[in-house]
Design a protein around this ligand. Structure first.
Ligand SMILES: Cc1ncc(COP(=O)(O)O)c(C=O)c1O
Length: 415
């Protein structure tokens, strides 16, 4: 009886996902995250050993001996779990030390950590905005931003991707709607927040921070940027988008510790009062157990490693430049963004899947990203680079990608 009710709840959705080719499965890695991995592959003829061009661990810090040792020592000192929420007993010395380090790294007054970047977005947006507020969101923003907006119940205006004119139009529309529906209000009571990815996760392009700052000033609204894919990647020392452009910071800078920092957790950095506010109001900070102190210690150590090794950031940026130029020299239309995410747009969903599978048979793991993650007909190979990919790895990858794209028939054979 129970089972048939459960079937009703789940079967239709799963059948629909299978029918539309959007049913999700997971690949299994049999080795740690690194530039070279051992993959439990389901594709016949594909070798276990693969070059990984699909990782968010951009600086490849997860396997550095001294960083693993430091995390192991933190487990021995602080135990396996935190045992409480930050506001009860969970707050330990490593949590506060990590937050001080993040603030220093980002050049802000203070910082607060969450257990994931997802929780940072959801908690921050829903704490800052309520149903009388207006949020302006880039159409390609990450799902965690979208979920935060939904939870806030604010009125959301989605603007065209990176289109500053459309953003200004949306702000003007929102102000007009605000004055029409609340005649007793004056324009000064209008509360708006622009929110954007710093690096867009499927396209790898950057938000235009200098222009966004001008718009926020002109229209007296707030700006929040999500530096999940920018921290440790952009700017001479990996500080992120503001360092890349050499401009001021957004009002609210959010990020994750799970990508280039190679640990786990999310953060917000900004003015002390903003951080005090989030500690009091962000529900995904308050109503959850604190991250394990050893995870906080690990994120802290890894962040300090990035600060001490700007050459590692440079190595990543050099790799991105080399790889993109190599692909471009063969006529591939690869964007000129300095981020470590490189979309190679194929278009057709099935073709992208087949090329990705053919590359796996050559020992190269580059996922195909399809609808609904990206628009229909905009399927792509999404390559992401690491600082430790060698020129030999990248040369091999470029050759195989170009050959698979130029000879789709032979790359499809046998798949
Ligand atoms: C732009 C962006 N924001 C937030 C997140 C969530 O971060 P986390 O993985 O730490 O939850 C991700 C990816 O996971 C992301 O790509």
């Amino acid at each position: 009886m129970q089972n048939s009710i459960l079937d009703k709840f789940t079967k239709e959705a799963l059948d629909a996902a299978r029918a539309s080719n959007t049913y999700r499965t997971m690949r299994l890695l049999e080795s740690p995250e690194a530039a070279h991995i051992e993959l439990h592959t389901a594709i016949e003829g594909a070798p276990r050993h693969q070059i990984l061009l699909a990782s968010n661990s951009y600086l490849d810090l997860a396997n550095i001996g001294e960083l693993k040792q430091a995390m192991a020592e933190a487990v021995l000192e602080w135990g396996t779990g935190s045992g409480g929420a930050r506001l009860t007993t969970g707050n330990k010395i490593p949590h506060e030390a990590l937050e001080a380090e993040i603030a220093k790294f980002k050049g802000e007054e203070a910082a607060i950590t969450f257990n994931t970047g997802y929780m940072a977005n959801v908690g921050t947006i829903s704490a800052l905005c309520g149903k009388n507020d207006f949020i302006f969101s880039d159409e390609l923003n990450h799902a965690s931003i979208i979920d935060g907006i939904r939870l806030s119940r604010a009125k959301c205006f989605v603007y065209k991707h990176n289109d500053m004119a459309d953003l200004e139009r949306a702000i003007a529309d929102a102000k007009k709607a605000f004055l029409e529906t609340a005649r007793e209000q004056s324009a000064e009571n209008f509360r708006g927040l622009i929110v954007t990815d710093a690096v867009f996760s499927m396209d790898g392009d950057l938000a235009n921070l200098p222009e966004l700052l001008q718009i926020t000033k002109k229209h007296e609204v707030l700006l929040m940027i999500d530096e999940a894919h920018a921290t440790g990647v952009l700017g001479r020392t990996g500080r992120g988008l503001a360092e890349h452009y050499g401009c001021a910071h957004a009002d609210i800078t959010l990020g994750t510790l799970s990508k280039a920092v190679a640990a786990e957790g999310g953060f917000v950095a900004g003015k002390q009062q903003l951080i005090d506010f989030l500690r009091n109001k962000a529900r995904s900070f308050i109503f959850t157990t604190a991250m394990a102190p050893a995870v906080a210690a690990s994120a802290h150590n890894n962040l300090k490693f990035i600060e001490a090794h700007p050459e590692r950031v440079q190595q990543l940026q050099d790799n991105v430049k080399f790889f993109c130029e190599r692909l471009r020299s063969e006529g591939l239309n690869v964007p000129t963004s300095p981020s470590a995410i490189i979309p190679i747009v194929i278009g057709d969903e099935a073709k992208a899947m087949h090329i990705s599978e053919a590359l796996q048979k050559e020992g190269l793991l580059i996922p195909a990203i399809r609808y609904p993650t990206v628009a229909k007909g905009a399927a792509r190979l999404r390559a992401s680079l690491m600082a430790t990919h060698t020129r030999k790895d990248l040369e091999f990858a470029a050759k195989k990608i170009i050959s698979a794209i130029n000879n789709p028939v032979s790359s499809l054979r046998g798949t």
